[in-house]
Write a protein of this length. Structure first.
Length: 258
């Protein structure tokens, strides 16, 4: 394991908190990873969540080549110091050192070379199953918005997963709406390296995965057709956010003073 990426832009370590009004609810705090133990906690949570939800197999930790180049953002319940959510952030500068963005392994991103400014990739986001009422993702998104604005990123990109363990029925139900309402302009569309067949009938009403729904509420657009991820048995859709389009309402709700 290489050393944790030390990005000076990530300070201070604690960048977002929510203190619920009622004392019997958890106090949630977002902190950037500063040492290997915290990174291993994030990798363990990722393995537990992705293993349970997608059937992916791990050796106890979900880790890859990109972890060493990313800033890792964790959310803790400070009442018991329990890690309840995590994500990782890869800047365009660090992506060059890593060899590419992670998303480039799933999509031909040539069309995005025309984009101006700094890019930030978000990935490996997950939330502990006992903390999915919305508070944990709110703290995570608050800290992400702060990071985007303070460090002058122009675009946020990444992948959102749709499980195929139901035979692809939910995926088939979701994609028509994504194509109709949320696609980026043709000039910015990415191309999946392993296309997902859309022959499966949409036998059930569409149910957006929570993370994909959160990205869309944030203002993200869908970059094109989905890519099949054989490790996680899911379809990944590419998401792209023009940071300049973050609404004043969103900024007022989520941006926190450092």
């Amino acid at each position: 394991m290489q050393a944790v990426a030390q990005n000076s832009h990530a300070s201070p370590a604690v960048i977002g908190t929510i203190i619920p009004a009622r004392s019997n609810k958890p106090r949630l705090e977002a902190r950037f990873v500063r040492h290997q133990q915290e990174l291993r906690e994030a990798q363990r949570l990722r393995a537990d969540v992705f293993g349970a939800e997608y059937g992916a197999r791990f050796d106890g930790l979900d880790h890859d080549h990109f972890d060493a180049y990313c800033d890792h953002l964790n959310v803790y319940d400070t009442a018991n110091d329990l890690l309840v959510a995590t994500t990782r952030l890869l800047t365009s500068e660090r992506a060059r050192l890593a060899g590419s963005f992670y998303s480039a392994h799933e999509f031909d991103m040539t069309a995005l070379q025309q984009l101006p400014g700094r890019l930030l990739e978000i990935g490996r986001t997950c939330v502990h199953p006992d903390y999915r009422s919305g508070a944990a993702i709110t703290v995570l998104w608050s800290s992400l918005a702060d990071y985007l604005m303070r460090q002058d990123f122009s675009y946020l990109l990444g992948c959102a997963s749709i499980s195929l363990r139901d035979g692809g029925h939910n995926f088939a139900a979701i994609m028509p709406e994504l194509r109709e309402k949320h696609l980026v302009e043709p000039a910015l569309r990415v191309v999946p390296r392993r296309a997902v067949s859309s022959d499966t009938p949409a036998a059930i009403p569409a149910s957006l995965p929570p993370l994909l729904k959160a990205y869309l509420r944030m203002g993200c657009k869908i970059g094109g057709e989905a890519c099949w991820d054989p490790e996680f048995q899911c379809a990944d859709v590419f998401v792209l956010l023009d940071v300049a389009t973050l609404s004043a309402r969103y900024a007022q709700r989520f941006l926190k003073a450092g």
